[in-house]
Design a protein around this ligand. Structure first.
Ligand code: PLP
Ligand code: COI
Length: 344
């Protein structure tokens, strides 16, 4: 029995996967399987060179019982963009959505019921399997969709967290892969994350690596700041185009706020009334304070930016959170048609 109340964000083992294999110029018919193992050649490209990209979005059991995926078309488009960047074969938007639906239908007993704040996280993954040493793309890949019932990413809904700007780490190279959802982008964040967590920080906030004069994003979410009824979020070619952020920009505008997507100078961090991370897994993570550490591993803190009394959650972030989760759970009208309903 799953305890829907205490779900975290884990690689839960469900019942089925959806899988398709691109070989000889075509995708094999997608199947759902209970076999969770892949057999890979030791020379498979993905193992050596990380030719792999993934996506993440949620599916909700709504108040009226319907099952809704939240904006899967956006994730399909982003995966296609990532795959093109890596020179891999990719599924069409239709195939992407169809296989995500197959995955949900094959795991209905793991879809959290309405009323617990929990949902089903869908994780599409695309990776190359051809055995190859040379650094050239090869047109063979596996596209698979897995899922996991999830609650909150950090163990509580809308709880404020501390963040750190690590002076000795970058997330993405200038003109690099930061705006694509590549597996390799995450690989290099594990150690700084661990070091930050050991010091009580939940999130890493990265500056633009070329000049370190602008705010880019968190390790697992985009950044936004609130000031004077304005929603301000970085425009940067190293930031992942977050579907949650895109949604919040519309939600904020609908609530009568001004919305600015533009470069955010580091100094501006001192002027925000609220600061937060936004993304599928976290939804909205209010930030209590941001420490600037020249060297993450050293005790020195060069500066601290504080947002509201420690532990409090800003009024605007609370409203934005209620609105986006209200739409996702079917409690508030979906005026923009973001919910993709599936027959189950
Ligand atoms: N930025 C990074 C680095 C992420 O890993 C994520 C994860 O989802 C996001 C931003 C948020 O994107 P989205 O709202 O599409 O989930
Ligand atoms: C998501 O929110 O989908 C993410 O990708 C975060 C994950 C990498 C932990």
């Amino acid at each position: 029995m799953i305890d829907w109340k205490t779900l975290g964000f884990d690689a839960y083992r469900t019942r089925t996967l959806a899988v398709s294999h691109f070989k000889d110029g075509a995708w094999s018919p997608a199947v759902t399987t209970e076999n969770f193992s892949f057999t890979l050649d030791p020379f498979a490209q993905t193992l050596h060179y990380a030719i792999s990209c993934f996506e993440g979005f949620k599916t909700f059991r709504q108040k009226d019982g319907r099952v809704a995926m939240f904006r899967p078309d956006q994730n399909a488009a982003r995966m296609i963009r990532s795959a093109k960047y890596l020179g891999m074969p990719y599924p069409s938007e239709e195939q992407f959505i169809e296989m995500c639906e197959m995955c949900v239908r094959g795991n209905m007993e793991f879809l959290p019921p309405y009323g617990y704040g929990a949902s089903m996280y869908i994780r599409p993954l695309l990776f190359t399997v051809h055995p190859q040493m040379q650094l050239v793309p090869y047109p063979e890949a596996i596209f698979t969709v897995m899922c996991a019932p999830v609650g909150s990413y950090y163990g509580a809904y809308l709880k404020s967290c501390a963040a750190v700007i690590p002076g000795n780490y970058d997330r993405a190279a200038p003109k690099g892969s930061g705006s694509y959802k590549l597996s390799s982008n995450y690989a290099t964040t594990f150690v700084p994350y661990q070091r930050a967590h050991d010091q009580g920080y939940t999130e890493l906030l990265y500056l633009n690596s070329a000049t370190r004069e602008y705010v880019d994003e968190f390790g697992s979410s985009n950044f936004y700041g609130i000031r004077d009824n304005t929603y301000i979020t970085p425009l940067s070619d190293s930031v992942l185009p977050s579907v949650t952020n895109k949604t919040l920009r519309t939600v904020a505008a609908d609530m009568g706020m001004k919305v600015e997507q533009r470069p955010v100078p580091f100094e501006e961090l001192s002027s925000f009334e609220e600061a937060a991370g936004c993304g599928t897994a976290v939804v909205i993570t209010p930030i209590s304070h941001i420490d600037v550490k020249p060297v993450l591993e050293e005790p020195d803190i060069a500066r601290t930016f504080r947002y509201g009394p420690d532990g409090s959650v800003g009024e605007v972030s609370t409203k934005l959170y209620r609105q986006i989760t209200g739409i996702q759970f079917g409690e508030i009208e979906d005026a923009h048609g973001w919910c993709h309903y599936i027959d189950v």
